[in-house]
Design a protein around this ligand. Structure first.
Ligand code: F6R
Ligand code: MG
Ligand code: MG
Length: 367
């Protein structure tokens, strides 16, 4: 029997403003998942929040894109939206972009990362959650983990890793995908995923040793603005990564976050800023609605049971990268409304900026 891990998340309202999900919504989500566990629909679960996003992590045996599992998540988000409305939370129901559920939450607003795999003797799974940024924010750390030997020493010193990994990349504008293998096609891969607002790593597969059709990493790739055709908040992605025994070690999966790399999002989803790895306590965006945060919960998976979590960035070893993030945030903020702190125009098309520009359109004359 294979195990499926599903991480499904939505911003259904927060307080104050876009800062943090409310304890009442988290409590209700836990109760509903406890019922689903009692009914045998899921094996285990963990509920948390990353900033204003309500995060549902479920272990089960029903496979990916399962309508029962998606219905459970959708119902929870619906109920929690009602709680959020009752409390007059900010942006209540923000990510609920469709009215009626039709079997799958894809394209309805929530973000989804799911993978089905054959459990190994020991199966560590890391669940990453980001707030105030977009799915392409995972390109750099996932690439480094599975393809960069300067990050992952196992790629050169472990015979089980040396054959490398395949990357399924999605063009989220043209809705196409391509699979590229590393190390041989690394330059093609980088040519695409360096443009992280358009080309996004969706899944990573092993090329040997483990079943080559079972993913070892998966990232949510929903683009809210394309579903809603207007700005409704950033996509605030989630990712699942398996580790150890023929895969990068837990520490190699976490290592990329010791570099304060820049991502798009932050205030109004319109600015570049550093991604700060934080513990659950600090997974809330305050300064200029940011800077963007990354949270990681680690589990051992046992027949679908989620043994954990360990709050992986709750460690002083990340203090220096957090301090670097503060310094970079200062530096970026001093640019005010100028690029490259503000995103380039083509990435602002779904924001409120076009309305501002519309007002002065008629005053332009030819030069
Ligand atoms: C970013 C985000 C916030 C809001 C900002 C303005 O993803 O959600 O930075 O864009 O707080 O929000 P509104 O327009 O709701 O006042
Ligand atoms: Mg919000
Ligand atoms: Mg959010």
């Amino acid at each position: 029997m294979k195990t499926t891990i599903s991480a499904i998340k939505a911003d259904i309202g927060s307080y104050p403003g876009h800062t943090r999900a409310h304890p009442e919504t988290l409590k209700r989500a836990k109760e509903l998942l406890e019922n689903a566990k009692k009914n045998g629909d899921i094996v285990d679960f963990c509920v948390t929040n990353c900033g204003d996003d309500l995060e549902l992590i479920m272990g089960h045996t029903k496979g990916t894109d399962n309508s029962d599992i998606h219905a459970i998540a959708w119902r929870i988000f619906e109920e929690c939206t009602e709680i959020a409305k009752g409390l007059k939370l900010y942006g209540a129901g923000q990510d609920m972009l469709r009215d009626s559920f039709s079997g799958n939450v894809r394209g309805m607003g929530p973000g989804i990362a799911e993978m089905e795999f054959t459990e190994r003797t020991g199966e560590p799974v890391l669940v990453f959650m980001m707030d105030k940024t977009e799915p392409g924010a995972f390109n750099l750390p996932i690439f480094k983990t599975f393809a960069d030997p300067f990050n992952t020493s196992g790629l050169v010193i472990d015979p089980n890793l040396i054959s490398g990994f395949s990357f399924e990349v999605w063009d989220i504008e043209e809705h196409k995908r391509v699979t590229l293998s590393c190390p041989d096609e690394m330059y093609y891969l980088l040519a695409l995923i360096g443009a992280k607002s358009r080309y996004v790593i969706k899944r990573v597969f092993p090329r040997a040793k483990l079943p080559v059709d079972e993913p070892v990493a998966v990232v949510s790739t929903e683009k809210l603005s394309q579903i809603a055709h207007k700005y409704v908040g950033k996509d605030d992605p989630v990712a699942l990564v398996r580790a150890q025994s023929g895969l990068p070690a837990v520490g190699e999966v976490l290592e990329p976050y010791s570099f304060p790399f820049l991502v798009s999002g932050w205030m109004r989803g319109s600015h570049n800023g550093p991604l700060m790895p934080v513990s659950q306590k600090y997974a809330q965006c305050t300064r200029f609605d940011g800077p963007p945060r990354a949270l990681c919960l680690g589990f051992q998976v046992n027949e679908g049971k989620l043994v954990g979590p360990i709050d992986m960035f709750d460690d002083p070893v990340y203090d220096r990268v957090r301090e670097d993030c503060c310094n970079i945030a200062d530096y970026m903020r001093r640019h005010g409304p100028f690029e490259p702190h503000r995103l380039p125009l083509e990435h602002m098309e779904y924001t409120t900026l076009p309305h501002v520009l519309e007002k002065i359109k008629s005053r332009f004359s030819t030069v």
